[in-house]
Each structure stands twice: as C-alpha cells, then as structure tokens.
Design a protein around this ligand. Structure first.
Ligand code: PEP
Ligand code: MG
Length: 536
C-alpha cells in the first residue's frame, strides 16, 4: 500500500480504480531518442496491443450492436497493419531520431491531411479513422486509456490538473472522485466537485503508471491510498457507511424551515452549473437556486450556445424549481474558465483580465443573446438575474440600460418574458467598498467570497502554493461582508453569500449576526447548513 497526503476539497470517501487522465496536447512531446531500434520495437509492441484491443472491441460490439456496426473496429485493426503507415512511423523514428509517440502522432496528422484532401468520399471518411488509430497507439505508448474505452465501471480520475471545461464534460455517473496535482480548494474544478458531491483531493503527485490501480480517497484527512490493504479498505468502507448514516440523519432537516431557535429566518439556496444539477437541489430541499453559473453551459460545448438552446436550459431550471427562485448569473467566462471558441487572447494576469461582465459589455451581442434567453425563461418561473465582477456604478447603469432595451425588444416582438429581480455579485473589493452607491441601483447583492478573498488577500485562487497563506476567515473579508450587508440593507437590498464561505459552518452564526438574508451553497451542503442554523 502507498500513501500520499494532499488537500481535501470535499469530505467524503471514494473507493475504486484509478483512471489516469492526460490532456491530448500534453502527451505528445517531441523527444530526441538515442536507441532507434529500441524505439521501433516499443512502437511495434504498442501497435500490437492496439490491434488486440480493437479485436476485443470488435467482438464485444458484434454481440452488442451487430456485425455492421462492429465492422469499423475490424477496419481500424487492418489500418494498423498497413505497410505505408508503418513505414512512415519507422522512417520518422530513424531519420529524425524522435520518440514513437511523436512519430505516430505526426504520421497520423500527415495521413489525415492526405485522406481529407482526396476527392473520393470513402477515403475522406477514412481520414478520421486514421487519426483515431493513431490516438489509440499514442494512448498505449503513454500508458493511458482512450477516453471512449473506459467501460462502464465508475472510476477515480487522476490528473495533473483538470480544467473546469474538462470536468464538466466528464460523465458524472462514472466519476467516483478525483485527485489532481495542481489546483486549489477555491478553483472552479474544486467547486464543481462539491456541487457534484464528489470526493476530491489536490496536491497529489499523480503518475500515469497508476492507471487501473485500486485506490481510496480519504476526503476527511486528505489522503490517497494506492493499493489499499484490507484494514484500510475496511476502515474506509466503514467511514462510507457512517457518511450514509449521517446523510440519512440529515434527511430529517428536509421540509423544515431554515430558522434559528429565536425565530430568525434566512433563505437557504443552492448553487448549480447546469439544469441537470437541479435534481440534486430538489433532493436536498434547497429553497431556491442562489447561483446558476451559466458559463458552464458555454464550457460544455465547442461553439456558441444559441438563444434558443440557452432559453431551453433556463426554462427547464425554472420549471423544475416550480415557482422557487432561480438566480441566473450572466456569463462569467475568462480566467480559469476558458472555451476555445471565445478566442480570448493569452493574458499575463487573467484573473484580473478580460473576463465576465467586461466581455459582455465589450461584446454586447453575446450579452444580449443571453439576456433574451434569461428574460424569456422568466415567463416560466421565478427567475432573477445577477451580474458578475462588478467594480463600478457606471457598469451597473450600462448593464441596466442593455437589460431594459432587451426587455422592450421582447415585448415589442410579442414574446412572453419576465424577470423578478436584478442584482449584482459583490466579489471585488471595489464593489464592496462602494456598496452604499451600488445598493441604490439594484434589488440585491450576492457576495462572491471566492473572488472577493482572492482579490482582497492578493492570493490567486488557482495557485496551490499559496494555500498556507490563505485564511478564509481573514478579518478583512469578514469586515467587507459586514459592510456590504449594512450598506445593502440601508437601501432596501437583500444580501446573500454564494461563494464557498456560505457553507462554512464555523461562520454560520457570524453571518446571521451580521444580518445575512440568504446563503447559497453546494446542493450537498444544504441540509448541514440548515441544521447549523436551527441550532443557533
Ligand atoms: C465567487 O467568486 O465567490 C463566486 C461565487 O463566483 P465563482 O466562484 O464562480 O467565481
Ligand atoms: Mg466569482
């Protein structure tokens, strides 16, 4: 058994096999080799293994989906026997003295280009197959499985780093947990893990050779066990049972009010990234959705979501919540949340760069499309909208002007629309400090403590090296929160917290003392927060 210490970002236990995830571009580095014959033999072994895999897939597919559909795997296996293809790989290894991964990937690219330029439809169609077989051999060479061949068994994902866009695209039902080397507890990937109720660790020195090995994530102590012994397995299984038992006890909190013993009530909402998360919101009896991170709808795909597609997602959330409030935050793309089709330029300092509302104000067509979808969905439920990364009163006035124009346009077109409230996120020190002025402009504030902490403490939330400097309970943060609540209330705004701090049970009482009106937390934390409030 091996034991690795990291940092837990969700306190649960996961037991299962590791699937090592490598980003495509990371795996194909050009390296100079000295022993050309050994490299060629390495390629031959990998190629042979890929052929065996394809034969197994062919047989499995033949039984499950029939001969016609299975034939493609047979074709792929034959392609790997092709003399021209193999000669090209050999030639590259010998003449350029490069590693097999690079030779295979380059051969794949060259053949892909050649086939795609052919007139014949049949050969054009084979271009994608060439790339597929090359990927398969590269995957074998670099000790990882091809993504689509994972089988059906749920796994623990191990990766050097996971971007939010990669995490959202993974099949949640297949993820028991994940461990990464990079990332921090407040990174969006960590937040996603909490939203999805997935045990996760960061700061673990993961290795490709771990692929397929048994592992246990102990999310309580931040430990990963590789090839756990019987005693550890037994202890951890017991812990899983205890978690189940605790979850069962927390069930008693369902259908209860979120109210202190002396009768002070707050609203307890949940955070989501996708309409699919609404099921978990309802299951955990949240009273509404306090933060719908709409950018995840953009991150899940390779091109812009249309107004209609967005409308369907927002409408679905509104309808499923059946009259309960759904606060949709407009696009907060940028920094760690990147989608290639946005074409954002590389920035030295992306967390303080061109992101969120700044993109929306500079590219109003993106903003207007989203607002149309949100306001249209407003006709089907109690939708509110809020705007991220605000720093000035002028920004809010410009936003309100655009929102007004969009609503007028929808009405003129006779399209049903609605929007209960408009609010802003308070997640920059600037917004917190001028919250007295901002409060005159909007209906509510939602404090984003993740970014507010990052900017106030000058601690990059993506940088795991700074974890020891990060004090989530820093008095500067707590003072800013108090100021925002007081300023909001003076102007009749309600004030909530939707950053991760909202679920920090050590602070629940302090937030209530400050007069907080709403807390919005990961769905899996709703009942625990309700229990904490009811004890106060
Ligand atoms: C925050 O910054 O606290 C917040 C809720 O937004 P996000 O985590 O998506 O940046
Ligand atoms: Mg934020």
């Amino acid at each position: 058994m091996e034991k690795y210490e990291g940092r837990a970002i969700f306190q649960r236990v996961a037991i299962g096999r590791i699937w090592y995830y490598t980003k495509e571009e990371q795996s194909i580095k050009r390296c100079r080799i000295t022993d050309k014959e050994a490299e060629w033999q390495r390629y031959q072994r990998a190629r042979q293994q890929a052929v065996e895999e394809l034969k197994a897939l062919y047989e499995k597919a033949q039984k499950e989906v029939g001969e016609v559909n299975a034939a493609i795997f047979e074709v792929h296996a034959m392609m790997l026997e092709d003399d021209d293809y193999n000669a090209s790989v050999r030639n590259m290894i010998e003449s350029q003295e490069v590693n097999a991964e690079y030779a295979v990937a380059s051969t794949g690219d060259n053949f892909f280009r050649m086939f795609s330029e052919m007139e014949d439809d049949y050969f054009q169609a084979r271009a994608a197959d060439i790339r597929d077989i090359s990927d398969r051999v590269v995957a074998v060479l670099s000790h990882r499985e091809k993504k689509q061949d994972l089988g059906t068994e749920p796994v623990i994902i191990a990766a050097e780093d996971l971007a939010p866009s990669e995490t959202v695209q993974m099949d949640k039902d297949r993820m028991l947990g994940f461990v990464t080397e990079l990332g921090s507890a407040n990174s969006h990937t960590a937040i996603l893990a909490r939203t999805m109720n997935i045990p996760a660790l960061i700061g673990i020195p993961v290795k490709p050779e771990w692929n397929g090995r048994m592992a246990v994530i102990d999310g309580y102590h931040g430990i990963l066990y590789l090839d756990p012994d019987d005693k550890t397995l037994e202890q951890m299984s017991r812990r899983q049972q205890e978690d189940k038992e605790r979850a069962r006890l927390l069930e008693q909190m369902k259908n209860q009010e979120t109210v202190t013993r002396d009768g002070r009530k707050i609203h307890l909402y949940a955070n989501i990234g996708n309409p699919a998360d609404v099921a978990s919101v309802l299951e955990n009896d949240a009273e509404g959705i306090g933060l719908f991170r709409s950018e995840f709808l953009y991150l899940e795909r390779e091109s812009w979501p249309t107004e209609e597609e967005q409308f369907q997602s927002y409408k679905l959330a509104a309808e499923m919540m059946a009259g309960k409030k759904v606060i949709i935050r407009t696009l907060d793309i940028g920094a760690d949340k990147q989608a290639a089709y946005f074409g954002l330029e590389h920035e030295e300092n992306p967390a303080m760069g061109y992101r969120a509302i700044r993109i929306c104000l500079e590219q109003p067509e993106i903003f207007r499309t989203q607002l149309r979808a949100i306001f249209r969905a407003g006709a089907y439920g109690r939708i509110a909208v809020m705007y991220p990364m605000i720093t000035s009163v002028e920004e809010v006035r410009r936003i309100k002007q655009i929102a007004e124009e969009v609503q007028t346009e929808l009405r003129r077109q006779g399209i049903p629309c609605g929007c209960a409230e408009q609010g802003i996120m308070i997640e920059t020190p600037a917004a917190a400090l001028i919250s007295d002025l901002l409060a005159k402009e909007v209906d509510f504030f939602s404090i984003g403590t993740n970014d507010l902490s990052q900017y106030t403490l000058a601690i990059d939330r993506q940088n795991s090296r700074l974890d020891s400097f990060f004090d989530p309970h820093h008095p500067a943060i707590l003072r800013l929160i108090r100021t925002v609540i007081e300023n909001g209330h003076k102007e009749g705004c309600w004030v909530g917290i939707c950053g991760e701090l909202a679920a920090d049970l050590e602070l629940t009482e302090a937030f209530l003392d400050m007069g907080i009106d709403e807390l919005s937390v990961a769905p899996g934390m709703v009942l625990a927060v309700r229990e904490a409030v009811r004890k106060i």
